[in-house]
Design a protein around this ligand. Structure first.
Ligand SMILES: [Zn+2]
Length: 695
């Protein structure tokens, strides 16, 4: 294929098209695509294709044209200006060289990559001795240079490998980077009077626990790390609490990686976990890290293996691009396509309203993922999402799920719109420009947060959805899982289990609790809305008087005032509250069925007992019933003038335990506890129930 056959649409070609075309691309096309996507990743911080696909483009070009010049240009493009030799920077004050291009004394080569056990084993067969393994961090690689007194004089980014960018003045603010090496260890090491200055290489990164603070405004920790370390304003870097992981030491004269890492530690560097792995456990160790990935407090996109014996390293040497003694094994399966089901607008505790895509759960890097933040408004508008759309989802660095793009719009093409009001408190929503794009904010954040927590806790308590105490609810609000009571019904196990110390089992229990409360009695529902003056007492009064939710919602002021005990101010509060929560009620009704009371006959009065042998008593069923289905049993209750209850609580009159086999249900245990506590509730058998209704 000649140069003139490069596809016309190279600038806009999307990931799926690249994926399809990859096997047939010739070097000129690969070269153009690599240049484009490299620019997007490093310079614009806005990649449009997943990392593994980018890696495959590079691998394909390397195979077809190993000497292609683009392979030497990978990485960041460099700032303009005269290039300073690394050693020469020592004579220039750090404040005068921030951002200047710096030539590394020894190139910072990238690592060769492998994607399978066979490739890994083939690599390991080329040398003798132990193998070191460490996480492959998704951060900013850099080089630190120390003079013979152990003082830091240069910090530079990797850049394109041979030339990087000076970041010394900002690196001095990173607590994790020693400004002065431990003198004793330095003296011991015999490095102090070496002719070559000491070079430490490692990765600058941001811990995910730190990134939590910025996740509303930045798409990923790596971009933020790059921005923070290159900050043009003095004194701004420290606040970002960046971390530094030292993974290599040059000019050391040591025989083994173990000694190297020990020396790094002694000199004052933080060293993340690394381990020595047996040859027959190479693939196992990769899989173990792949599983652990989510539990680690930083993003990794694979693991790195290294021949541990430095003699072997010297023997193997390097190619033009990679050292032969080390290899990166990258995680796969970070990208998938699925169907978008809904978009929620999650309100953070600071009042930022972020769109969250809910989609059919798919497995990405070993975990089921069902939702992803859609970041800022510009991004949301760009995605142009519609209900039922086919979307591509990735997990950046294997951790943070991200909707990359819409592959095809949904069948009905109902577009998701940006709300004009805060979904949590109803205050006006405002668009504001931030450094990273436009965002939506609640105009009354303080009032919004406490009101929201209160509303959610109240709802869970009244409806008796157990397990949602202040701690879980606050965490779920922070994680963007809960903004309004409606969100309880959208919770999924895979979302909840990401919360602090909540395992799969507890998460499942919470979801089961929600499931068990999809049917709610009218008075409970009214009380759960959290309307002023609509507490338990008035909720019962209203339910008894108007019988159905529809009737309660339609009531006018005069009719309401006729109810005994409802005075002017109370009527106004209730009517105002129902009006303000109209949207919430509608939304809840798509998830919950409200159990209305049976209609009163004309001559009924409040004093008369409800008709039917069950006389208005409430019933709940548990265990496997023999005579009928759960639904048939509930119909029987209602046909005989009783009420179907939604859960076990003090207002329940009868718990009917099915005659079928099985362990005691949680409902029964709870009911027995209530009985022990003196509640008038009765636990009866299925046979006793049949007797009551005369069957
Ligand atoms: Zn609000």
């Amino acid at each position: 294929m000649a140069t003139d056959t490069i596809p016309q649409d190279i600038a806009s070609m999307d990931a799926a098209t690249i994926e399809r075309g990859l096997p047939s691309f010739e070097p000129p096309t690969l070269e153009a695509l690599i240049r484009r996507t490299n620019r997007e990743y490093w310079d614009a911080n806005a990649p449009t294709i997943p990392d593994p696909l980018y890696d495959r483009l590079v691998e394909a070009l390397r195979r077809l044209a190993p000497d292609n010049p683009v392979l030497d240009e990978l990485g960041e493009s460099l700032p303009d200006g005269p290039v300073i030799e690394a050693e020469a920077t020592a004579t220039i004050p750090p404040e005068d060289r921030l951002g200047a291009p710096v030539r590394h004394t020894r190139s910072m080569l990238s690592l060769g990559k492998c994607y399978g056990a066979e490739e890994l084993l083939a690599w390991a067969e080329k040398f003798e001795g132990e193998i070191l393994m460490m996480p492959k961090m998704d951060g900013v690689a850099c080089s630190l240079r120390y003079n013979d007194k152990g003082e830091l004089f240069l910090a530079a980014t990797r850049g394109n490998g041979s030339e990087g960018e000076d970041i010394t003045i900002n690196a001095l603010e990173v607590a994790d980077i020693p400004k002065q090496l431990d003198a004793k260890s330095l003296a011991h090491s015999g490095l102090a009077n070496s002719e070559l200055s000491l070079e430490v290489r490692g990765e600058l990164f941001m811990r995910l626990s730190v990134f939590e603070r910025y996740k509303d405004q930045y798409s990923n920790p790596r971009n933020l790390t790059a921005g923070a370390i290159k900050h043009k304003e003095r004194g701004k870097t420290a606040a970002y609490t960046l971390s530094f992981y030292a993974y290599d030491l040059l000019n050391h004269g040591l025989g083994h990686e173990r000694e190297k890492f020990e020396l790094l530690k002694a000199l004052g560097f933080s060293v993340e976990e690394c381990e020595f792995v047996a040859r027959d456990a190479l693939q196992d160790s990769f899989e173990r890290w792949s599983r652990r990935r989510e539990a680690i407090d930083y993003e990794i996109d694979g693991v790195v293996y290294r021949a541990a014996d430095t003699g072997e390293q010297a023997r193997l040497g390097e190619t033009g691009h990679h050292p032969r003694w080390s290899i990166a094994y990258k995680f796969q399966g970070d990208t998938g396509t699925t169907t978008l089901e809904d978009v929620l607008w999650s309100v953070s505790r600071t009042g930022t309203i972020t769109p969250v895509g809910l989609f059919k759960p798919i497995e990405l890097s070993g975990a089921m993922i069902g939702r992803a933040g859609l970041h800022n408004l510009n991004r949301f508008e760009e995605l142009d999402l519609s209900e039922g759309a086919t979307i591509e989802v990735t997990r950046r660095g294997g951790v943070i799920p991200h909707v990359e793009r819409m592959i095809a719009p949904g069948p009905g093409a109902k577009k998701f719109e940006i709300p004009t009001r805060c979904p949590a408190c109803g205050s006006e929503a405002e668009r504001r420009k931030k450094r990273d794009g436009e965002f939506l904010f609640c105009s009354r954040p303080e009032a919004c947060v406490s009101a929201r927590l209160g509303e959610l806790l109240h709802f869970a308590k009244v409806v008796d959805i157990q397990g949602f105490g202040p701690k879980i609810v606050t965490q779920a609000v922070d994680a963007g899982l809960l903004s309004s009571p409606v969100d309880f019904y959208a919770l999924r196990t895979e979302d909840l289990e990401t919360l602090d110390r909540l395992g799969r089992r507890s998460a499942q229990n919470l979801v089961d609790q929600v499931e068990a409360h999809r049917s709610v009695e009218l008075p409970v529902f009214l009380q759960a809305l959290g309307i002023d003056h609509l507490g338990r007492q008035n909720a019962l009064l209203l339910a008894d008087e108007f019988r159905t939710l529809a009737a309660v919602r339609a009531v006018d002021r005069d009719t309401l005032l006729e109810v005994k005990g409802i005075k002017d101010a109370i009527a106004d509060a209730i009517l105002g509250g129902l009006e303000a929560r109209s949207e919430l009620i509608d939304a809840l009704l798509t998830h919950v069925s409200v159990v209305d009371l049976p209609e009163k006959s004309e001559d009924d009065s409040a004093e008369q007992p409800v008709e039917g042998v069950l006389g208005g008593k409430s019933f709940l069923f548990t265990g496997a019933l023999e005579a009928f289905t759960r639904k048939q049993a509930q119909d029987k209750v209602e046909a005989h003038g009783g009420v179907s209850a939604a859960g076990v609580n003090k207002t329940l009159d009868y718990l009917v335990v099915g005659a079928g086999k099985g362990a005691k249900s949680s409902k029964q245990k709870k009911a027995e506890k209530l009985v022990d506590g003196g509640a008038p509730l009765k636990v009866i058998t299925e046979a006793e129930f049949l007797e009551m209704i005369g069957e």
